[in-house]
Design a protein around this ligand. Structure first.
Ligand code: AMP
Length: 278
């Protein structure tokens, strides 16, 4: 699967398991396992995600999965993990994905504790560009949280999630699970739009710099309260620049119409000053 034979460039191509040599397991999600794999002819390395149809039926996500796979196939952006194609047999669905050598960003964050301002700004800028691209294509609400972000061999960020991943069990060992990343309008069950992504960028920016999301609490109920009150506290360590705090303050705004736009994030002085290679 080089640039000429890649499934993305050749959407009519019918793949089957015979086209791949399966290598080591890369990870396990709720709906199946992911393996390193190599396309036999081109020797192109991919990640093969195997999902059991039984699981799809059990959770009644067949239509959702199909729609998400179609969306994902058409998203061509350096910061969005490619889905080159898919095929199935009687029991399983196989997704041919771009291989992210660097693994989960979440693991990197836990290993380091927190990122430098340069690293955090570069990840936020990558996410902002990818989200702007999604919004242009009318793909809103991506489930962006660290465990859905992967890194390639150059450390470049790749959004790897699907809309249905919100249904998957949180891999984080906190009581509040995914509540941490949700905007006030979402936890309060109000109407919401693309501005939820801008809120999440504020949450991630904070978590990248401090090592934990801003509204973390003992119970889900307390996290809920902290989110709706925008109970934002900046710890004294690590010492973070006022420009970074300014960006976070302008994203974690309760009124979704007053949050900084994606365009304005890209123009923010902290981003301009700190971004390395996207
Ligand atoms: P998932 O089922 O998507 O949650 O994937 C389970 C785990 O497999 C992830 O947490 C990653 O560690 C790993 N993984 C998934 N997709 C890829 C990929 N394209 N490249 C490398 N590792 C991956």
């Amino acid at each position: 699967m080089n640039s000429e034979t890649e499934a993305g460039e050749n959407p009519g191509r019918q793949w089957s398991l015979k086209d791949f040599e399966i290598g080591k397991p890369l990870g396990k999600g709720k709906f199946g396992r992911v393996y390193l794999a190599r396309e036999v002819k081109s020797k192109y390395i991919v990640a093969l995600k195997i999902i059991f149809k039984e699981q799809i039926e059990k959770y009644r996500i067949h239509h959702q999965l199909r729609r998400e796979m179609e969306i994902q196939t058409n998203l061509l952006h350096p910061n969005i993990l490619r889905l080159y194609g898919w095929f199935h047999d009687d029991e399983r669905i196989f997704m041919i994905l771009e291989y992210a050598y660097g693994g989960e960003l979440y693991r990197e964050l836990r290993k380091k504790g927190h990122f430098t301002e340069k690293q955090a700004a570069t990840y936020i800028a990558s996410l902002t560009h990818a989200l702007a691209y999604c919004h242009e294509k009318h793909v809103i609400h991506r489930d962006i949280k660290p465990e859905n972000l992967l890194l390639d061999h150059e450390g470049r960020l790749k959004i790897a999630d699907f809309g249905w991943s919100v249904q998957s069990k949180s891999k984080r060992n906190t009581m509040c699970g995914t509540l941490d990343y949700l905007a006030p309008e979402m936890v309060e069950n109000k109407a919401h739009d693309y501005a939820v992504d801008n809120w999440t960028l504020g949450i991630l920016c904070y978590e990248f710099l401090y090592g934990a999301p801003p509204f973390e609490a003992e119970s889900q109920n307390d996290t809920f309260k902290r989110i709706v009150n925008v109970d934002l506290i900046f710890p004294s360590t690590p010492s973070i620049s006022s420009e970074a705090k300014n960006l976070i303050n302008r994203l974690l705004v309760k009124d979704s119409s007053k949050r900084l736009s994606l365009q304005k994030i890209m123009e923010h002085p902290w981003i301009i000053k700190n971004v390395d290679n996207l």
